[in-house]
Design a protein. Structure first.
Length: 411
C-alpha cells in the first residue's frame, strides 16, 4: 500500500465516525495546490544534474500552510501528498493556527557536497518562492534537512521579498531561530510517552524502550526518556541496531555518533542487531523514529511491545495498525506523537513576527502546555467513542478543519 492510500484509509475511518458526506470528504482530502519543479544544477565537477522538487499545499482553512521539506531519494508526489495532508490534521490536533503542506526533493543529501546542496536548495526556492511566504506556506525541516538548509531558504526567499525571517522555521538559533526548536519533536515524543505510561498505570522506571532511528527525533527522545528514568535498551540508525538489555549509555552513544559524522557505525558498547530485530524486541515501548512504512503486515505479528509511539511520520501501515488494534496494543499516532516539532515551529514563527525571542524555559513550558491539552483531548475522545487513539486524533483534526472550512464559506 502506498503512503497516500494509507492516509486516505485513516481519514476514511475517522470520516465514518463523523458521518461526513462523500462530497465533504472529497473537498477535505483534495490538496489546494501541487507544485512540481525542475531543479537544474551545475555540480562541483562542472556536470549538469537535474533534480525534481515538490511542494504540496493541502489545506489553509485554519491558517497558513505549514510543513517540512524532505530530502530523500524516495521522495515522490505520492509521499509528499500523503505527508501534506498529515500536516493538516496534525496542526489541527494540537490546535495551532495553521493548515498543512509538505515538500521535498528526490535526492540523497549525503551524496552531494555542502555547496552543491546549497545550490540545489537555492534553485528550488527560485522555483517556488512565489507560492510560499510567512502568510501562505512556511517550510521547515524534515528527513534529510536541518537548520542549515532553512537558513539558505530564508536567505534565498529574502532576495525576492525582503526581510522575512518567518518564511521558514527551525532556523539556526543565531539566525532568527529559537532555542528549543531542534529538540522539540523528540522532547514531545518523550512527553507523550510518559503520559501514555501514566494513563496505562505503568511505572516509568520499570519501562524498557527501543528507539528505531537516532537522528534529530530519536536522539532527543532517547535523552529525554533516559533523564526521566526509563531504560532505553536499543537504538539504531542506517548502520544497524545496538542493543544493551541493561540500558544504552545515551550520552555516550550521542557523543560517538557526533564524532563519527552522525553515524553509530563501529559503536561497540552494545550488541549489534539489525533494524528489523530492533522492531521485534521484547520491550515495553517501541518508538519508530526513522522513515515511514517500517511496520507492515509482514512483521506486525512479531512486534512484541504493547505500546508504540509513532515518532516518525507513517511508520505503521494500515494492515499492521489493524493487527495491533486487534491485539489490544496502544499506538500513539504520528499526528499527535511527533507534533512537538510543528508546535515549536509555531512559537518560532510567532516570535519572528514580533521580533522577540523566548528563552528555553518558556519554550519548554509552552510546548508542554499545548501538547498536554492535545493529548488529554485525544485520549478522552478515544475512550468516549471507543475508537483507537489514531481514529480519535483524526476525528479531532478533521472535525476542526471541516468546521473552519464551512465557517469560512465554500461557494
Ligand atoms: N517536518 C516536521 C513534521 O512532520 C515539522 C514541520 C514543521 O515544523 O513545520 O511535523
Amino acid at each position: 500500500m502506498r503512503a497516500l492510500e494509507a492516509t486516505t484509509h485513516y481519514f476514511n475511518q475517522a470520516a465514518d465516525q463523523l458521518d461526513l458526506t462523500d462530497n465533504m470528504r472529497v473537498l477535505l482530502r483534495t490538496p489546494k495546490r501541487e507544485v512540481q519543479v525542475q531543479i537544474p544544477v551545475e555540480m562541483d565537477n562542472g556536470e549538469l544534474q537535474t533534480f525534481i522538487g515538490y511542494r504540496v499545499q493541502h489545506d489553509n482553512s485554519r491558517g497558513p500552510m505549514k510543513g517540512g521539506l524532505r530530502y530523500h531519494p524516495e521522495v515522490d508526489l505520492d509521499e509528499v501528498r500523503s505527508l501534506a495532508s498529515l500536516m493538516t490534521w496534525k496542526t489541527a490536533v494540537v490546535n495551532i493556527p495553521y493548515g498543512g503542506a509538505k515538500g521535498g526533493i528526490s535526492i540523497d543529501p549525503r551524496s552531494v557536497s555542502v555547496r552543491e546542496l546549497e545550490r540545489i536548495t537555492r534553485k528550488f526556492i527560485d522555483q517556488i518562492h512565489d507560492v510560499i511566504g510567512p502568510d501562505t506556506d512556511i517550510p521547515a525541516p524534515d528527513v534529510g534537512t536541518g537548520a542549515e538548509v532553512m537558513a539558505w531558504i530564508m536567505s534565498q526567499y529574502n532576495k525576492y521579498h525582503g526581510f522575512n525571517p518567518a518564511v521558514v522555521t527551525s532556523k539556526p538559533v543565531e539566525l532568527f531561530g529559537m532555542p528549543g526548536r531542534e529538540e522539540a519533536t523528540g522532547r514531545g515524543v518523550g512527553i507523550f510517552t510518559l503520559k501514555t505510561l501514566s494513563r496505562l498505570g505503568r511505572k516509568i522506571h520499570e519501562t524498557s524502550v527501543a528507539i528505531q532511528g537516532f537522528g534529530n527525533v530519536g536522539s532527543y527522545a532517547a535523552q529525554f526518556l533516559t533523564e526521566a528514568e526509563c531504560k532505553v535498551v536499543a537504538i539504531s540508525d542506517v548502520s544497524g541496531g545496538y542493543y544493551r538489555p541493561d540500558g544504552i549509555d545515551i550520552a555516550g552513544a550521542l557523543k560517538y555518533s557526533r564524532e563519527h559524522r552522525y553515524s553509530l557505525e563501529g559503536y561497540t558498547e552494545a550488541e549489534r542487531i539489525s533494524n528489523e530485530e530492533l522492531l521485534e524486541l521484547k520491550v515495553d515501548v517501541l518508538i519508530p523514529a526513522a522513515l515511514g512504512g517500517v511496520i507492515t503486515s509482514d512483521n506486525a505479528d512479531r512486534v512484541q511491545a504493547p505500546i508504540i509511539i509513532e515518532a516518525a511520520n507513517e511508520p505503521i501501515r494500515p494492515d499492521a495498525d489493524k493487527i495491533f488494534s486487534d491485539r489490544g496494543m496502544t499506538v500513539l499516532p504520528d499526528v499527535l506523537a511527533n507534533a512537538g516539532g510543528v508546535t515549536a515551529s509555531y512559537f518560532e514563527w510567532a516570535q519572528n513576527r514580533q521580533h522577540y525571542q523566548w528563552g528555553l524555559n518558556r519554550v519548554r513550558q509552552e510546548l508542554d502546555h499545548v501538547l498536554s491539552s492535545a493529548f488529554e483531548r485525544v485520549w478522552d475522545m478515544s475512550q468516549e467513542r471507543s475508537v483507537s487513539l489514531r481514529v480519535a486524533a483524526y476525528m479531532i483534526g478533521i472535525g476542526r478543519v471541516g468546521r473552519a472550512t464551512i465557517l469560512g464559506g465554500i461557494a
